[in-house]
Design a protein around this ligand. Sequence first.
Ligand SMILES: [Zn+2]
Length: 386
Amino acid sequence: MKLYDSHTETIFDFKPKKEAKIYVCGITPYDAAHLGHIFTFLVYDLISRLLIYRGLEVKLVRNITDVDEPIYVRAQEMGLDYRELARNQIDKFDLIMDKLGFLKPYQEPLASSYIHQMADNVASLVRTKYAYYVGEDIYFDIGKIQNYGKYFNLPPELLVKLLKKRGGNPELSLKHNKLDFLLWRNIDDPNDSAKWQTPLGLGRPGWHIECSVMTQEILGSPIDLHGGGNDLLFPHHESEIAQTRALHGNNLSKHWVHVAPLLLYGEKMSKSLGNLVFAEDILKQYKAQTLKLALMKYDYQVGGEWVHGYLDQAKILWDKLDHVSKFNRDNLEQLKFNLIKDLEDNLNTCQILNDLNYFLLNNDKKFEKSEELNKIYRQTLSLIGL
Ligand SMILES: [Zn+2]
C-alpha cells in the first residue's frame, strides 16, 4: 500500500513481509479521548485492516502514557490520586474504543508496567555518556547524536518553541544544550506518589524514554511503522529515534506516518484551548459507523476544520448502506475492488465516500437477494471498519 512518510516526505510503498510491526503513540489518560485521537486511531485501524486482508500478521502496539506530568497536575486539581484518575480514564477510553469497533491492538502497554526497564536503559545511557546528571535528574545529551532535530525536516528555529510547548525546559542553564531532554526525574517530595524505587534512586522516567523502551521490549527495532499525531514529530519522536540510536545503534522505525490535526475554530483541538470535541459525546447521538464516515471526509495528511454537519451527512449515508439487502453482483464486486484500491492509494478516504455513494446509486438494477451476497457485502464494509 502507498503511504506518506514524514521522514522522507514522499509517498512510499509499504510492503512488510509476513508480519507488520507497528507502534502508534496512544493517549495520556487525564482527559477523555477527543476527535483528534479518534482520527489518528482510525488511520491506523484502516492500515491494519488492509494489511490483514493481504494476509499479514499485524502487531500493532498502542501504548498508554500513564506516567506523565499532566496526569499529576490534573489529579491534584481534582483532589484524586493520580492512579485513580488514570484508571478511570483508561476504562472510559476502552469503552469508546470498543464502541468504535477498532481492531484490538496486539498489545496496549502501560508505561507504569515498564519502569524498571526504563530505569535500566537510562542507566545504560549514563554509562555510555549519552546522558548526564543535572542535579539529581538525568538528561539526554543531544550533542552526542549526529543531526538531532533534523529527522523530520522541521525549521531549526521552531525546535526550542516546540520543546517548551511539550513540557521541556530549554531554559535550564545547567544543560549542555537547550534541546537536551529529560530521561529521569528524581522525586524527593513525600507527597508525590508517582515515584518508583530503582537503581537510579526514587523517581520516574521522562516521556520520550517510555515509548522507546516499550517499542523495544515488545517489538524490537527497527519496527516497520511508527506514528501518531503530527504534534509528536518533535520532540517526542525525534527523541525516541535518538535514544534508540544511542542504545541499540540502529533506527527505531523504517517508516513514519503521522496524522494531521482536526481543528476547531481554526486551532488544533487541545486541552489548553478548551476547544475539544469528545468522542463520548458524539457517540451518545450518533452510531460509531456514522462518526467514522464523517472522519473519512478528512485527508490524514491534511486534517482540517471539524464540521459538525458532516455527522448528519454521514448518518444519511450509513442509514442507506445499513439497509441494503438486495445486491447487483457486479456492483458489489466493483465496490470491493474500489475500496481496496482507495485504501492502497495512501488511504484515500474521500474517494471511499465517493465509491460508497456510487455503489448505492448503481445498486437498483438486476439485483438479487442472497445470504452469500449479504455476507460478501458485510465483509466488504468491514474492510473499512464499518
Ligand atoms: Zn510515544
